[in-house]
Design a protein around this ligand. Structure first.
Ligand code: GLU
Length: 302
């Protein structure tokens, strides 16, 4: 089967959220993407995922640049910031709204917790309760009344409807993604995606005109990212990302979800080390070579 991605230019990216300093896990992700791009004659991009305007601090953005430079990485300029893309997210949201695939949800966290305490819905891959459907069938005049009152709301994907539309677009073929182990000689394998395990996921948050899922899908496509390199903690999110790509008619990238860091006992790297920032390690005299060695050892155990 011809596979356009395998011949397309190799473009990957590291996409940190500037709400804290980078730690070893980030260094692993950034270095993995950078090295894969170098090995494959590709391009490496850096994207600042600053959709959370409340938590973004400019000093964190500066620290990200400093830390990555210190590690020896280089990237293309200009660096895309998601806060500059809110209009694009709004336009994409409008297309899903027009198709009836999103609905406003006024529920507070407390209301959701109370509803699932009475009638449990199970949890999504992140461990959050699956949305129990409150406000799903709100009458248009009630939506208008609440909006006029200034009640905050998010926009949720009507998962059942979205899956139906995707089925039509895929002409009945299963929704899959391609996972690659990073070895040049190995072709990616096809993995069946099951976005329904996210339930009616939030596509536009209450506090910002997008969500991680919407922004990442649109930006990877806009930047022609061919290979998405990120940690296995985001593996399950790929199911939802593939669904959005199909709904928007976007190209399908190849994914490489790298292993996470483990300590010598084979446990997740201890919180204290995992969350020790690169800046703090550097302040105690760590060198980039020492960071690389720590990461290699921790990864070899994973
Ligand atoms: N911004 C996300 C994070 O910092 C990563 C996004 C991605 O690689 O898909 O966890």
């Amino acid at each position: 089967m011809s596979d356009p991605n395998l011949n397309a230019p190799f473009i990957t990216r590291f996409a940190p959220s500037p709400n804290g300093d980078l730690h070893l896990g980030h260094a692993l992700s950034a270095m993995t993407g950078f090295e894969l791009a170098a090995r494959n004659g590709g391009r490496f991009l850096l994207r600042i995922e600053d959709i959370d305007t409340q938590r973004t601090r400019e000093e964190h953005v500066t620290h990200i640049f400093d830390d990555l430079r210190w590690l020896g990485l280089t990237w293309e300029e200009p660096v895309l910031r998601q806060s500059a893309r809110f209009d694009a997210y709004r336009a994409a949201t409008a297309t899903l709204l027009k198709q009836g695939l999103l609905y406003p949800c006024f529920a507070t966290r407390g209301e959701v917790d109370a509803a699932v305490a009475i009638d449990p819905t199970g949890t999504d891959p992140d461990g959050a309760p699956l949305y129990p459907g409150l406000y799903k069938d709100l009458a248009p005049h009630e939506i208008e009344r609440r909006r006029a009152n200034g009640e905050p709301f998010c926009l949720r994907l009507d998962m059942d409807q979205a899956l139906k539309v995707a089925q039509t677009l895929l002409r009945g073929a299963p929704l899959t993604f391609r996972e690659w182990n990073g070895e040049s000689a190995s072709p990616p394998v096809h993995v069946v995606a099951d976005p329904s395990r996210w339930g009616d996921a939030i596509i536009v948050r209450k506090d910002t005109p997008t969500s991680y899922h919407l922004a990442v899908v649109l930006d990877d496509a806009m930047q022609s990212v061919s290979h998405i390199v990120r940690g296995r903690d985001l593996y399950a999110a790929t199911d939802l990302h593939r669904l959005l790509q199909v709904l928007f008619g976007l190209p399908e990238p190849i994914y490489h979800h790298h292993r996470l860091l483990l300590d010598p006992a084979g446990q997740k790297l201890s919180k204290s080390l995992r969350h020790t920032s690169l800046r703090a390690l550097r302040a105690t005299g760590a060198t980039p070579a020492a960071i690389r060695a720590t990461i290699r050892n921790a990864q070899a155990r994973a």
